[in-house]
Design a protein around this ligand. Sequence first.
Ligand code: SAH
Ligand code: SF4
Length: 359
Amino acid sequence: MSRAVPQSLHDLGFSGLVEVLAAGGVIAHHAKALWRALHREGELDLTTRSFLPPLRRWIDASVGGDKAFFLDAPEVVDEIRSSDGLTRKFLLRLRDGQVIETVLMGYDGRHTVCVSTQAGCAMGCVFCATGQMGFVRHLRPGEIVAQVLHARRVLKEMHPHKRLRNLVMMGMGEPLHNIDSVMTALEIISDVRGIGIGPSHISISTVGVVPGILRMAEENSPYRLAVSLHGSTEQERAALVPASKRWSLEMLISACRDYGRLTGRRVFFEWTLIEGKNDSPETAARLAVLLAGIDAHINLIPLNPTGGFSGTASGSGHAFQRILRAAGFPCTFRQRRGIDVAAGCGMLKAERRARVALL
Ligand code: SAH
Ligand code: SF4
């Protein structure tokens, strides 16, 4: 029996897979073999692989073409490598033609995948290439999982013995605006029977969607939380992050305090340094007061120029860092060694669009 709307097998957590097999008369035992094929082996063609007969019959009847289920296998439409070869950025086309970015980074022997969670983004941060595009749609869990599988496949080709150990949700989109799909995807990605990236090696980066942060706190979510702050007063922040009109700085910091208290975990704050906007010594001192009492780590990010924003990268990052360190906060610069690959989120897509427009 085929369903009206085909569903991705990559959208399903383990229990979901057990359920759909059960509905097709296949006992739970077989779910493990299918899960292994999908997530441990990263198999994209189930027709050629051998399975026990009941599972084989279900796959033949249910997966592919216009049948009830499909696999998420986005097509690589472009790739850019950094000159040191350590960062590779992929432009992936989804089934409906939407194009998203995924980045594989490998420094000091540690490999990290940076995934997108939405096509475009509704939050409109003024300096962000994705924000400048606007929102298109949320990604399904399977579309997030497929990015990790792709990055792992590429890593395996380069270094057969290296494992993909880290994941950051710092690609296109706002993860906590798509929280249900994100949480399902992360459950799949962290499952040790499959991809097995440890929850403490997974970072969710948010512009400050307060209900999402509170949900992570209440559920004692095992993932790392990174909050993109960029401003130390309502006014300073509102000039860069329109979403702050919806969730004020006060609400956001209070939610971060709740998260720290309830989970006992550190909160990472991201700060894109922009000349004359948020890089003064006074701002650094105010930030230290704002975060007082929070177990906080501050990551400073040099601004990547984007077409739609006239601001420039700050020249006073080190002074800013010194003030925060003197106040007792760990404060580091985000490595941007992949900068020559159009490293900022959404930038490859924006750049490609510009290139195509010239043709
Ligand atoms: N939406 C989430 C995650 C994606 S953006 C968020 O905003 O946190 C990941 C990080 O890249 C954020 O800290 C964001 O502020 C930063 N960023 C976006 N565009 C940038 C640019 N042009 N230069 C430097 N950092 C940028
Ligand atoms: Fe969206 Fe993050 Fe870009 Fe802001 S910085 S527009 S939240 S992707």
